[in-house]
Design a protein around this ligand. Sequence first.
Ligand SMILES: Cc1cc2nc3c(=O)[nH]c(=O)nc-3n(C[C@H](O)[C@H](O)[C@H](O)COP(=O)(O)OP(=O)(O)OC[C@H]3O[C@@H](n4cnc5c(N)ncnc54)[C@H](O)[C@@H]3O)c2cc1C
Length: 352
Amino acid sequence: MKVAVVGGGPIGLALALMLARENHEVHLFEKGSWPRDKACGQGLMPSGLKILEELDITFKEGEDCYSFQGVDYIDGPFNIHGILRRPGVGIERTVLSDRLVSKCRQNPLITLHEETTILGISNYPNQVELKWSNGKERFHYAFACDGLHSPLRKKLANRKVRTGEWRMGAREHFNVKPWSQNVEVYWQDGIEAYVTPVTNEKVEVAFLWFEDAISPNGPLKEALWQRFPELREKCPQKSAQGDFRGHGPFSTYAKDILKEKVFFVGDAYCFLDGITGEGLSLGLKGAQILAKNFTKWNWWHALVFRMHYFHYKAMVRLALGLSYNKRYRRLLFRLVQTAPKSFNMILRLNDF
Ligand SMILES: Cc1cc2nc3c(=O)[nH]c(=O)nc-3n(C[C@H](O)[C@H](O)[C@H](O)COP(=O)(O)OP(=O)(O)OC[C@H]3O[C@@H](n4cnc5c(N)ncnc54)[C@H](O)[C@@H]3O)c2cc1C
């Protein structure tokens, strides 16, 4: 079949490779140029890493990425450590983008349309037509991988608004040697800082916060750092790469996986929060299910697709409760300290 992928982020690129493996002719449209950067915690959980390995995407440990063994939660005197069943990797978004796009370029079934924004979409009985500034073309199906604020989701009236307060995110890199083999999460009320080693010489710090938890009088970056003096000492401003970048709010998601002849996947389908660190893995799993089944899509495939989001939604709710409520958070951390292995089990929920 002739199909279109709209959006050349990691999920769109990986999906293009998966669709080509199933012998489909793929046209991928990306409004920007590669490699793409984006505010992200840059931790790829083991399940997502495994999917990339199946696509023959590999990374050089230490140079391209950094293997982490688990996750530590740190809140003042409380410190809990969780170990994953298999390591995940911290990887800069541009490196990930570069590896995926190179693989797509080598594939004769994939045509990449760089700097081509999809501006319009029309549905026909067995086809969908996409329009860009100087062209239009019809496809059997299209896949919307156009991110958190998905323009296709808007155009096809496939939106739901998330309940609860909105969250925001930002990140910055530091030329500092990783001091831990784990991803570290520093908790404060309504805001967290995530430290992910991305090479042997570099770490990334990502912040996630409730919109009302930060009311900057001056620059946002300073307001965020003021909440984490302990971490600031480990990542001094002189070592910053100067690439502070924000993203959000995480406020809308898709009602339907399939609307007319368009499937939604990655953040275009659902991104509720980065707090569980599995946006990429969820998107990759969703892409895998679509690539294998879209030609014979039925209620069962839709159920399997949605099942991947059940535990994610539950975990996001639990974790946001921890973020907001210090008493609840410290009680849970204290409980986990008495039974440390329970945290391993929680972490491994996003590893299947
Ligand atoms: C602060 C923060 C921390 C996070 N931390 C983690 C983490 O540690 N681990 C993890 O797994 N996930 C994390 N995530 C989530 C992760 O970044 C996303 O799940 C992931 O980027 C989704 O990829 P995507 O390809 O669906 O969307 P995107 O990466 O957003 O790509 C969408 C692409 O579509 C293109 N596009 C948009 N509109 C059009 C159009 N009309 N025509 C053509 N192209 C278009 C855009 O240019 C873009 O390249 C985090 C997110 C945030 C905000």
